[in-house]
Design a protein around this ligand. Structure first.
Ligand SMILES: *Cc1c(COP(=O)(O)O)cnc(C)c1O
Length: 384
């Protein structure tokens, strides 16, 4: 038995966070859109190629800005996977829209682009690809379908910071994209997020919606001599303390990704024999996708009892977790959503998935202990 339990996630600090927070403190500018927010926005624009990046206080907030920007209203429909985090759906349900859940692909667990077209009705306003584990959805096909039917593509790229699809940064491919800097993600600020506005026609309104529906951003730039209420909006911007923390992380984003990738690659290597033995399936990364090592998951053979495996791992001091309870099967999902087809793959994969500990300072010894323990559990677990 491992001496101290291996935690599922340990937030990594670069060491400069407090230094930049002190700089914000002594600078005396603590509200949003100060120097650190500007620096972070510029970094995101430069890194992703998006024409406008705006920090938000969470990815949830960035997602909530999307229906406002696209004028999505009660009765409209938005296509998304059921295999995702609640915020993907909530953001649109808040405006009275209906999430239409489509099944996922067997390999990447991302929305199955081949099933999207059948879900489109005259009420459809947007498609929301969610890039699970920082691995891209099939964006070319999704963009083609959207164009053909005149609907928007908005990316839930919460897990996709530093990932790309055919060389293009996730979040920068659709009309809009949302990033998360929550402490469970790769690059963090506790709570935090960003909206990428890739369609420049939406840029001005994005600023207004984020600033309580006012043109305060233009006022601060000296483009108008007073600011007023322009349209429906809310407060979606973070304060400078959060932005200062995030800046320390963005500066190191490359190195954070590299170090996570070492852990990911090591898992992938040592789990290969277990896959050959038929005990589990490892993640599949399509050739044209560059991922960010956000997550290492395994898919158990469906005859294994996942709850049992998780509890045995816990007894051995390994904190592994599952993901997600599909939204269409949850109380709110049933109330607010609509299901397209059977969602058989969503149900199957969500019941077999285990996420393993993955964080920057996770050691090779710990990974080997996880391998050894899991191998024993899977060999011992009697088949049903
Ligand atoms: C983490 C996550 C979110 C929410 O991010 P917050 O920053 O916590 O609001 C939304 N969607 C997906 C797919 C996520 O993984």
């Amino acid at each position: 038995m491992q001496q101290t339990p291996i935690v599922f996630n340990r937030p990594y600090m670069t060491g400069k966070e407090l230094y930049y927070i002190a700089e914000a403190h002594f600078g005396g500018m603590l509200a949003g859109d100060g120097p650190f927010t500007k620096r972070c926005n510029a970094w995101l624009e430069q890194k992703t190629g998006s024409s406008k990046a705006l920090l938000t206080h969470s990815c949830t907030a960035a997602l909530e800005m999307m229906p406002l920007l696209l004028d999505i209203k009660a009765g409209d429909e938005v296509i998304m996977p059921s295999f995702t985090f609640v915020s993907t759906a909530n953001a649109f349900v808040l405006r009275g829209a209906t999430p239409v859940f489509v099944d996922i692909r067997e390999d990447t667990l991302n929305i199955d682009e081949r099933l999207i077209e059948d879900a489109i009705t005259e009420r459809t306003k947007a498609i929301v690809p969610v890039h699970y584990a920082g691995v891209s959805c099939e964006m070319d096909t999704i963009l083609q379908i959207a164009k053909k039917h005149g609907v928007a593509v908005v990316e839930d790229a919460a897990q996709g910071v530093m990932s790309s699809y055919k060389g293009q940064a996730l979040g920068s491919i659709g009309h809009l994209g949302a990033y998360s800097f929550h402490e469970t993600k790769n690059v963090i600020s506790g709570e935090g997020g960003a909206l990428l506005v890739n369609d420049s026609a939406l840029a001005m309104r994005a600023e207004i919606i984020r600033e309580k529906g006012t043109d305060r951003s233009r006022f601060f730039r000296g483009q108008v001599d007073k600011y007023t209420w322009q349209e429906v909006g809310s407060s979606f911007l973070p304060g400078e303390v959060m932005a200062a923390f995030l800046w320390a992380q963005l500066e190191e984003a490359e190195r954070i990704t590299q170090r996570r990738m070492q852990c990911w690659n090591y898992y992938h290597e040592i789990f290969a024999p277990l896959e050959t033995e038929g005990l589990l399936r490892r993640p599949i990364i399509p050739e044209h996708c560059t991922h960010n090592a956000h997550m290492y998951y395994i898919l158990l053979e469906s005859t294994k009892n996942r709850t049992d495996v998780l509890s045995k791992l816990k007894d051995a001091g390994i904190n592994a977790v599952f993901h997600y309870i599909p939204l269409h099967s949850s109380p709110a999902g049933r109330q607010f959503g609509r299901v397209q087809g059977e969602l058989a793959m969503t149900i199957k994969q969500s019941e077999c998935l285990i996420r393993l500990p993955l964080w920057v300072e996770l050691g090779i010894g710990e990974q080997e202990y996880i391998l050894k323990t899991l191998k024993k559990i899977l060999n011992d677990t009697t088949k049903i």
